[in-house]
Design a protein around this ligand. Sequence first.
Ligand code: HEC
Length: 123
Amino acid sequence: MNRWSQVVLLFCLCLFAGKEATGNPLQPKADVELGKKIFETHCKVCHGVNGDGATFAANALNPPPRNFTTEKSRQELSPERMLTSVSGGREGTAMMPWAPVLSKLEIHSAVLYIRKMLMNLPE
Ligand code: HEC
């Protein structure tokens, strides 16, 4: 292993350790108010203002948009999974990748908003 790969490896380890230490993959700057704005602009049309997926759009979508308010969603949707799905989309579904449209901070904020305000999970 040359010196550069050692430096890179060390850097990655530090990042990983930092993430483990907080136990929260969401950016510290993620903001519920910004998340609400993003959700209501871009996500509400399919997921519904309360996140229950009971929208007009849902009639035409298979699979339907995720209902965030169920116990199943609370169990299944880790913050990591949500960030991955929102950034990269869900292949073969209407859930498109948002990374080309929204900044990382906007995506993290939207996920924070969904978790805190619609799923009633602690931060
Ligand atoms: C055009 C409709 C549509 C819009 C707009 C939309 N979604 Fe979705 N979303 C879906 C559908 C459909 C699914 C279900 C995908 C599946 O079953 O795999 C989904 C699933 C999800 C999931 C769960 C993914 C998983 O891993 O199971 C999250 C989180 C999510 N959406 C967040 C968002 C956010 C945040 C926005 C706005 C930035 C958004 N969605 C906008 C249709 C939409």
